[in-house]
Write a protein that binds this ligand. Structure first.
Ligand SMILES: *Cc1c(COP(=O)(O)O)cnc(C)c1O
Length: 384
């Protein structure tokens, strides 16, 4: 990876040490230019007219995301964020009374809230599969739960928001296929930092956001739905783009993933996200993962040597997310003190994730990307 080049193509690198890539990464200039260019066009010739003029760039989004994931373009929907993309998939599943949902102890809170809502409304049961000794989903426990039967859906986060592990998604996919359960993967923190191939993983549905490791604009995201599963899912909301109105009282849903979309959208964001995805693909996801994981490993090692610093990350395979606490210091206070030194980190709190609020304390989260440098990591550690 030509780190000098990617830094030169990232205006923010000249301003800050950005270690909040799991929150929102710095956009490459090409993404910013694409977004601003379309907004400028809308302002000068009109929004509908700009749409027509930039139709090819808008359509490119589907091909770019499909290529990134090893999917087909008609299996991709553009949705305004990962939460709504995930919701569109989850609330489409035709749960029947007595069905079971399996998820993980480290689940993202928004997803956990959705399980409770559906559990109450449709008499569905939610079972939390315990973690193994490394902190990731226990495959043994998952296999046992699947063996008990009645599982309609397995819902997994690929890379949790609050610690540095990578869940074994492909192994989960294999177990789901054997058991005939649907597999929904929340890939919000993994897409853009490591290779994610829906064929290899074997997920039926996958949601992600634009602004995190993909380095796209805020307010963008997408949903992948496997073609043969798509036909069994009726979205909770349908509009005149998702379905065809056949007056006086019928409609027909689209037969592709765009049945999960709405007609009105942040068009400049869709173009920008397509550019961001192409940028990542051109760099190569293997090269990106290699650099991200080696920077993160180095940061964990440097932090662990500091007196009073506890690195919390576990997992057999690790991501670019590094979490730690400092004895006697509040994580929020550390974040603010670092901000004064132009170092960006974030704070993770138990309310954002997890079924066990006592399992992990509030912590500082430093999430690296490939454009970060060893010198920047040193600045964080020195500032601490
Ligand atoms: C950030 C995040 C989400 C939500 O993404 P939005 O784009 O903010 O809706 C969902 N799941 C995980 C694991 C996340 O880290």
């Amino acid at each position: 990876m030509d780190v000098e080049k990617v830094r030169a193509e990232t205006p923010g690198c000249a301003e800050v040490v950005h270690l909040n890539n799991a929150g929102a990464a710095l956009q490459p200039a090409a993404v910013l230019d694409a977004v601003v260019g379309h907004l400028t066009l809308e302002a000068s010739i009109g929004g509908y007219e700009a749409y027509e003029q930039n139709a090819a760039a808008i359509g490119r989004f589907y091909d770019a995301v499909a290529a990134l994931l090893g999917a087909a373009p008609d299996e991709i929907a553009y949705v305004e964020n990962a939460t709504r993309a995930w919701d569109m998939a989850f609330y489409s599943v035709p749960f029947a009374a007595g069905d079971r949902i399996l998820t993980t102890a480290s689940e993202y809170s928004s997803n956990a809230i959705a399980y409770r809502q559906v559990a109450r409304a449709r008499d569905v049961r939610v079972d939390v599969v315990p973690d193994d000794a490394h902190g990731q989903i226990s495959l043994e426990a998952l296999a046992a739960e699947l063996g008990r039967g009645g599982v309609r859906l397995v819902s997994l986060n690929h890379v949790p928001t609050q610690n540095g592990l990578v869940n074994p998604a492909a192994e989960v996919g294999r177990l789901c296929r054997e058991a005939g359960a649907l597999f929904l993967l929340d890939a919000c923190q993994s897409v853009g930092q490591l290779p994610v191939d829906v064929g290899e993983i074997g997920c039926d549905m996958l949601s992600a956001t634009g602004r995190k490791f993909l380095r796209g604009p805020r307010g963008t995201g997408f949903l992948y739905v496997r073609r043969d599963v798509l036909r069994t899912l009726e979205p909770p909301f349908l509009d005149l783009q998702a379905a065809d109105w056949q007056a006086p009282d019928a409609y027909e849903m689209r037969d592709d993933a765009r049945r999960f979309e709405t007609w009105e959208r942040f068009v400049a964001g869709q173009i920008g996200l397509g550019v961001a995805v192409d940028y990542a693909t051109a760099l190569g996801l293997r090269a990106i993962e290699e650099r991200v994981t080696s920077l993160a490993a180095r940061l964990r090692a440097d932090l662990a040597e500091r007196p009073g610093v506890t690195v919390l990350d576990r997992g057999e395979r690790m991501s670019g997310i590094v979490t730690f606490t400092v004895a006697g210091r509040d994580p929020g206070e550390i974040k603010l003190a670092l901000r004064e030194r132009d170092v960006n980190v974030s704070v993770t709190t138990p309310r954002q994730h997890g079924y066990d609020l006592d399992a992990a304390p509030a912590a500082v989260r430093a999430s690296v990307h490939y454009y970060n440098t060893e010198a920047e990591l040193e600045r964080l550690v020195t500032a601490l």
